[in-house]
Design a protein. Structure first.
Length: 392
């Protein structure tokens, strides 16, 4: 079954707001840059403008912020449509130009926010053009109100605009990746349901049909030929018992852990616990008997659980290798971390159970302190497979 990656409690790019904490984080991210509006605010307070100009400037600044923050915030959750984004960016540019022309050079810094909005919200080709256009407009306005200030700001404005273009690409890529992961998980679940339906049909379809047919025959034979009816009933019992055995074997196969699935689960669990994980994605399991693979999967699950719960490790490396030993070829699973290995003085129940499980599959288990932490090595015998001594 597909593994579910735990969601972080904080906000992530491209993810809708689902909690108050995520809302606060995204508002802070969008609003922290407003600290650079200190120059326009200082100009309103100490610039010597008339009361009417001060009120008009405060109103224009509030309108600018009221457009900028929702635009950036919305782009980080559910992007607006293209025409709406273009309209809002145009409004920001117009407000910045009008305020700078009427109130002075201190207001040219508003074009930096226009550049940020262009780079974050517009598609990449249009974002580049819009950033350059906003820089040109700022410089032309600066020729009227303060050419020196415009020259000082033009490089910063272009640099931030192009940098935020990369941020916008990251947001959109993250949104697409989240959608793709959800689609893959849904397809995997659908495939698993189809496989289960096929297996149940193959297992029970013939048996149930045979039971139905023999039940009808026994019912017709019962009045006149009870001996033959009894044989049909005996056949029904035999078929039903065999069907029960087949179902139990199938359920055991479904419950048996798979090494590939456990590797994916280990990656997710370690990452969610803040442990830097190095986990192989697709090991080659050719020639590995199912009981041996199941034993390795249990060993990996137990090892990762110990790393997450008891070791206090910051790093964990998982390897799956084919090796040649004196007893023949083996598949080796090693899990090594840089933690303490727990506070116990001897092997716990989990390691004891793993040793017994691996022994039933013909394998061995080694666990103990390594040079930089704790290391667990599980080996199971191979029957056939590719060349030995290479990563699985």
């Amino acid at each position: 079954m597909p593994q579910t990656v735990p969601q972080e409690p904080w906000a992530r790019f491209g993810q809708p707001v689902t909690s108050r904490r995520a809302l606060l984080v995204k508002l802070l991210w969008a609003g922290v840059w407003l600290v650079f509006l200190g120059a326009p605010v200082a100009d309103l307070l100490h610039g010597g403008h008339t009361t009417g100009a001060t009120l008009a400037g405060a109103t224009g600044l509030a309108a600018f912020v009221g457009v900028y923050v929702p635009l950036i915030f919305r782009e980080m959750s559910r992007p607006c449509s293209g025409p709406v984004v273009a309209l809002l960016v145009t409004v920001l540019g117009a407000l910045a130009a009008v305020l700078a022309l009427t109130l002075g050079a201190s207001w040219l810094c508003l074009f930096v926010y226009v550049s940020v909005a262009c780079g974050t919200t517009l598609p990449v080709p249009r974002a580049y053009g819009a950033v350059l256009a906003s820089g040109a407009v700022m410089y032309l306005v600066g020729l009227r109100v303060g050419e020196h200030t415009a020259r000082d700001l033009i490089f910063l404005q272009l640099l931030i605009g192009f940098a935020m273009t990369g941020v916008g690409m990251l947001v959109r890529t993250t949104v697409e990746l989240s959608k793709a992961r959800a689609t893959v998980a849904q397809l995997a679940a659908n495939e698993e349901r189809l496989r289960l339906a096929r297996d149940l049909h193959d297992l029970l379809g013939h048996s149930l049909s045979l039971i139905t047919l023999k039940s009808e025959l026994a019912g017709r034979m019962l009045p006149d030929r009870p001996d033959r009816a009894a044989r049909q009933v005996a056949d029904i019992e035999r078929v039903s018992r065999q069907a029960l055995v087949d179902v139990r074997e199938a359920v055991t196969g479904y419950r048996r852990p798979r090494l590939t699935a456990e590797l994916a689960g280990a990656q997710a669990a370690l990452t969610a616990a803040g442990v830097t994980a190095q986990v192989p994605a697709e090991p080659d399991l050719a020639g590995v008997p199912e009981p041996a693979e199941s034993a390795l999967a249990w060993a990996l699950r137990e090892a990762v659980t110990n790393v997450v719960r008891h070791s206090g490790a910051q790093r964990c490396a998982v390897e799956v290798l084919r090796r040649q030993t004196l007893d023949g070829p083996v598949l080796e699973l090693s899990v090594e971390d840089n933690g303490s290995g727990g506070s116990g003085t001897g092997p716990g129940n989990g390691l004891t159970g793993l040793t017994e499980r691996l022994a039933k599959a013909g394998g061995t288990l080694e666990a103990g302190r390594a040079r930089h932490g704790f290391r667990l090595v599980a080996r199971v015998p191979l029957t056939t497979g590719p060349a030995l001594g290479s990563p699985a």
